[in-house]
Design a binder for this molecule. Structure first.
Ligand code: ATP
Ligand code: LTN
Length: 331
């Protein structure tokens, strides 16, 4: 029997945070033994906000190196740059023609981003979720591991797959989101009401995968908690709850056991230990990242091979789509 397909993508729009790691990338590696995995660096998506070309190039390679450093094996998974496989943009165009404006108008991520960038409200931001649907549907994907902020986009991909299948006959597999139970949403260290985001203006709000020890200690120390003064895991103490989640996810220790161990101990000591747990967890990733960045030929080989493999699968789907909508085949 054929293996099921997993597809996911990360934007090279900034340095990756521990939210990206816990909510998405950490799971990528655990899926590769069981599934056929495609992990994409979605550079076409990244230019929906202004980018400095040189930085975009550097960060795209960074994301690739971090994928591998986080345990994704290029011999098992297909790693590639979205812009290397033109079928993504092509299918996106076709899907645009069956997407309703109203659906895109309801996307909360668009509404958020629109509010933040009123003077640069480009059409790419609006149709962003259609390109994401194309990414997923091209590979006849079964599962899409993402953080839960992407739920609405996944729903759109499912909807478009079904609409196309109904209109033209069975063409796309209808994908399912794969949300990690409680790592699904790591919150900002400065405001536990909003998610940790690499594009946050306040750098104390996030911890980067490449942050050094001092930065990690400083950011954890400054993390917003509360004045209860008791280590407990409850919604009324959202800042602390988020820190306990991070502790648990990095140490693989159960929440309950952490709470028990820190009973009666102040926040200060807990935060000190948390910083060390994060530092220790990130160390092997950082070492591998630096090693890979000194071996750019190897990284180049990975994305070239990845694009060839991805393109082969993507074109199979795109050819079907073009035929069904009524385009004349070139040969
Ligand atoms: P931006 O800040 O530019 O909007 P982002 O930090 O949300 O970006 P993306 O590249 O959009 O990062 O997301 C990559 C993956 O990481 C997605 O699957 C997303 O759901 C996940 N992710 C992002 N932030 C978090 C978070 N705070 N907690 C859990 N998962 C997250
Ligand atoms: N929109 C996603 C990134 C993304 C993606 C995808 C995720 C683009 N294409 C396909 C999964 C599958 C984000 O901002 N996190």
């Amino acid at each position: 029997m054929e293996r099921k397909v997993v597809f996911s993508g990360v934007q090279p729009s900034g340095s990756l945070t521990i939210g990206n790691y816990i909510g998405a990338i950490k799971n990528f590696a655990t899926l590769q033994d069981e599934y056929d995995c495609f992990y994409c660096i979605v550079d076409l998506h990244a230019i929906t906000v202004p980018q400095v070309p040189k930085d975009l190039r550097k960060r795209s390679l960074d994301v690739l190196a971090l994928y591998v450093a986080c345990g994704i094996d290029p011999d098992k998974s297909t790693l590639f740059m979205q812009s290397h496989v033109p079928a993504h943009a092509e299918l996106s165009w076709v899907l645009n023609t069956i997407t309703y404006m109203g659906q895109l108008n309801r996307m909360t991520q668009f509404k958020d981003k629109a509010r933040k960038s009123e003077e640069n409200l480009n059409a790419g931001l609006f149709t962003y979720p259609v390109l994401m649907a194309a990414d997923i549907l091209l590979y006849q994907t079964d599962f899409v591991p993402v953080g839960d902020d992407q739920k609405q986009h996944i729903e759109l991909a499912r909807d478009l797959a079904e609409r196309f299948n109904n209109r033209y006959s069975e063409t796309f597999k209808v994908p399912q989101g794969l949300y990690n139970e409680f790592g699904a949403r790591i919150m900002s260290l400065q405001n536990p009401e909003v998610k940790m985001s690499k594009s946050d203006a306040d750098e104390n709000a996030f911890i980067l995968l490449l942050d050094d020890k001092d930065a990690i200690r400083r950011k954890v120390k400054r993390a917003v908690t509360d004045s209860e003064g008791v280590i407990a895991y409850r919604d009324e103490q959202p800042g602390l709850k988020n820190l306990i989640n991070i502790y648990s996810l990095f140490s693989n220790e159960k929440v309950e056991s952490i709470v028990n161990r820190y009973e009666g101990v102040g926040y200060g000591k807990f935060k000190e230990d948390l910083a060390e747990v994060i530092i220790e967890g990130l160390l092997p990733i950082q070492e591998k990242y630096h090693y890979l960045m000194n071996n750019k030929d190897y990284l180049e080989e990975i994305y070239k091979k990845g694009a060839d493999k991805a393109e082969y699968h993507a074109m199979k789907t795109l050819r079907k789509v073009y035929k069904k909508v009524g385009f004349i085949p070139r040969r």
